[in-house]
Design a protein around this ligand. Structure first.
Ligand code: ADE
Length: 228
């Protein structure tokens, strides 16, 4: 396995870079890819930058230029369900792009020419991530939706939840990585720590959270994942 680790935040990636043995930095396309050994696993760490296009490019370059065979995405997300609280993690079973709507040509959410509206994560990687996260915090499994929007209004998250009753979390990258990995045949998994409730308080909660808890959680989870 050559594992690509896509982090959303510099705070999250920092500890991983410090833990890499024989690190080697490569700058390409406005991103820094660091290769090395992470607890015996051949790894490539990179920051995705923000949004679906940025994440799709990052995943593609990881596969096509750095030869990764598996991808894990970490980061934070807004809650999409009452049962999912700030500080919990959500491990995706499926991901969907909530801002895709080519109706009436295709059903809302369907990715044209794939026949799919959601992409399933790799079961083995997903279970390993969920097990790695269990000692760290409360873990949920289910649907994560991504879009090129920070969801920061109660009316926005309510409308999304009405359209997607199974929704557990919202973020801005995971489903784009999912589509790239589906199209390239790369097993992948996504884990997100909940930083806010995607409501009117979301922006303030988000800023506070990423500076405090998110980075430590991601580091501990990836460490448990690699050592398993
Ligand atoms: N990432 C963390 N919180 C988010 C939110 N409320 N909307 C989109 N992405 C997020």
């Amino acid at each position: 396995m050559r594992l690509g680790i896509i982090s959303a935040l510099a705070e999250e990636q920092q500890g991983l870079i410090e833990a890499l043995q024989s690190p080697s930095r490569h700058v390409h396309g406005m991103r820094e890819y660091t290769t090395g050994k992470l607890w015996e696993i051949d790894a490539v760490c990179v920051l995705s930058r923000i949004g679906k296009v940025a994440a799709a490019m990052t995943a593609t370059i990881l596969v096509e230029k750095f030869g990764v065979t598996h991808i894990v995405v970490t980061g934070v997300a807004g809650s999409g369900d009452k049962s999912v609280r700030v500080g919990d993690v959500v491990v995706a079973d499926t991901l969907l792009q909530h801002d895709v709507d080519a109706s009436p040509l295709f059903p809302r959410f369907e990715i044209p020419l794939t026949g799919l509206s959601s992409f399933a994560t790799d079961l083995a990687l997903t279970e390993r991530l969920a097990i790695a996260a269990a000692p760290v915090t409360r873990v949920h499994r289910g649907l994560i939706a991504s879009g090129d929007q920070f969801i920061g209004k109660l009316t926005q998250i309510q409308a999304l939840k009405a359209a997607l009753p199974d929704l557990l979390a919202v973020e801005m990258e995971g489903a784009a990585v999912a589509q790239v990995c589906f199209e390239l045949g790369i097993p992948f998994a996504v884990i997100r720590t909940i930083s806010d409730n995607a409501n009117d308080d979301a922006a303030v909660d988000f800023m506070h959270f990423i500076k405090t808890v998110a980075s430590r959680y991601a580091f501990d989870i990836i460490q448990n994942f690699c050592r398993a």
